[in-house]
Write a protein that binds this ligand. Structure first.
Ligand code: ATP
Ligand SMILES: Nc1nc2c(ncn2[C@@H]2O[C@H](COP(=O)(O)O)[C@@H](O)[C@H]2O)c(=O)[nH]1
Length: 206
């Protein structure tokens, strides 16, 4: 049967590299993508909205979701839980829409086990120094949390080879263009496979 499901795109990379910035810009331009809003136990930041940036949960609520198998993946990242709601992703893909996840590396690797056909993109910083500048200049983390996030970043960068694509976020507009090209080329690949499949089916019925 021809696969009419949407494509799952996963954007990942160390904290502060610019995943959220690139994703927001991409969504300004590409309205066909559907963003999966994650669950987290971390505190809401000024300017964030529950149900838009994240669904904010208590630790107990999050652990109930884990027990009920309601998460496609989850990870503990710098003392908080983060996870992707399973139902939204599976339903949206089944309806034929592409789904976009913006998640850290442990979670991305779990998704890859369940969705090897997904497209995994690693956003890479121009340098570790620039990564630190970006986390610090965002002004959302205490000094301790900056250190912990940078420690995690080193481990995350080591997992880069598990991804299908690496995009350097030197300039936001360049990074967005590259992610758009990846999305387009994955659609072309999908169309080519579908055409080949149709041809085989037609030949068989002759
Ligand atoms: N290409 C870029 N050049 C300069 N600054 C950037 C660039 N991309 C993002 N930034 C800035 O870096 C900071 C971190 O970006 P952002 O919050 O998007 O990162 P993130 O990877 O989503 O972080 P986290 O994983 O912690 O949520 C922000 O202040 C953002 O404005
Ligand atoms: N494994 C998952 N990681 C997620 C998810 N949603 C976000 N994240 C990542 O967590 C870190 C920290 O995020 P922050 O908002 O506190 O800065 C960052 O790398 C996010 O991409 C998720 O559902 N699963």
């Amino acid at each position: 049967m021809i696969d009419e499901k949407g494509i799952l795109f996963v954007l990942s990379g160390p904290s502060g590299v610019g995943k959220g910035t690139v994703r927001k810009e991409l969504f300004e331009q590409d309205t066909d993508l559907r963003y999966s809003i994650s669950m987290t136990t971390r505190n809401i930041r000024p300017g964030e909205t529950d149900g838009v940036d994240y669904f904010y949960k208590t630790k107990e609520e999050f652990e109930t979701l884990i027990d009920q198998n309601q998460l496609l993946e989850y990870a503990q990242y710098v003392n908080n839980y983060y996870g992707t709601p399973r139902e939204y992703v599976e339903k949206t893909l089944a309806e034929g829409h592409d789904v976009f996840l913006e998640i850290e590396v442990q979670g991305a690797l779990q998704v890859k086990e369940n969705f090897p056909e997904g497209v995994f993109i690693f956003l890479f910083p121009p340098s570790l120094e620039e990564l630190k500048n970006r986390i610090v200049s965002r002004g959302t983390e205490t000094e301790d949390l900056v250190i912990n996030r940078l420690k995690a970043a080193r481990d995350e960068i080591e997992m880069m080879d598990a991804y299908d694509y690496v995009v350097v976020n030197d300039r936001v507009d360049h990074a967005v263009e590259k992610v758009q090209s990846i999305i387009q080329s994955e659609h072309c690949k999908r169309e080519r496979i579908e055409k080949q499949y149709k041809r085989i089916l037609e030949d068989e019925t002759k």
